[in-house]
Design a protein around this ligand. Structure first.
Ligand code: ZN
Length: 158
């Protein structure tokens, strides 16, 4: 999946499960479940050459920016608006955990500083656990996941 819906799911888990020792591993696990939802992302049906060139790189950067922005927004909302520091911390940690498997494969895909052991395995496991779907349904499924997550968040904190 794209990073943005992963962050939405991670935030919903943080809001629903207040104990970070349970919520953070759950958010990490949710990444793999999320990738099993039929989806389209910038790496769907691409060669490793295509992943590192052109508009797909910009797409990944835009998705990362939106995902980080959303995570930060929810964190600051909990911190300033709800005055709930434990919740803010939980959202922050769950947000990171929910995208960590994809962040780990970054060095593998982009060959930044060589391929480390963690990146190699994160890529190997994840490449087997993807359910690619064509457009537009591959995006519709992620909008549904994001909206359902937002409903959970809104229901519990608003
Ligand atoms: Zn992934």
């Amino acid at each position: 999946m794209l990073l943005t819906p992963h962050v939405m799911v991670g935030t919903a888990i943080a809001v629903a499960v207040s104990n970070p020792y349970i919520a953070v591993p759950l958010a990490f696990a949710s990444h793999f479940l999320g990738d099993l939802v039929p989806h389209w992302d910038f790496f769907s049906n691409t060669t490793s050459e295509e992943k590192t060139k052109g508009w797909r790189v910009l797409g990944v950067m835009a998705d990362l920016t939106i995902g980080v922005g959303l995570g930060a927004m929810f964190t600051f909302f909990a911190l300033w608006k709800l005055q709930n520091t434990p919740l803010a911390l939980n959202i922050f940690l769950c947000g990171i955990a929910s995208v960590l498997p994809d962040v780990l494969i970054g060095p593998y895909v982009y060959r930044t500083n060589g391929v480390n052991f963690l990146s190699y395995w994160a890529h190997k496991i994840q490449s087997k656990m993807q359910f690619p779907a064509p457009l537009p349904w591959g995006i519709v499924s992620q909008i549904i996941v994001s909206l359902a997550s937002f409903a959970v968040i809104a229901n519990l904190v608003l």
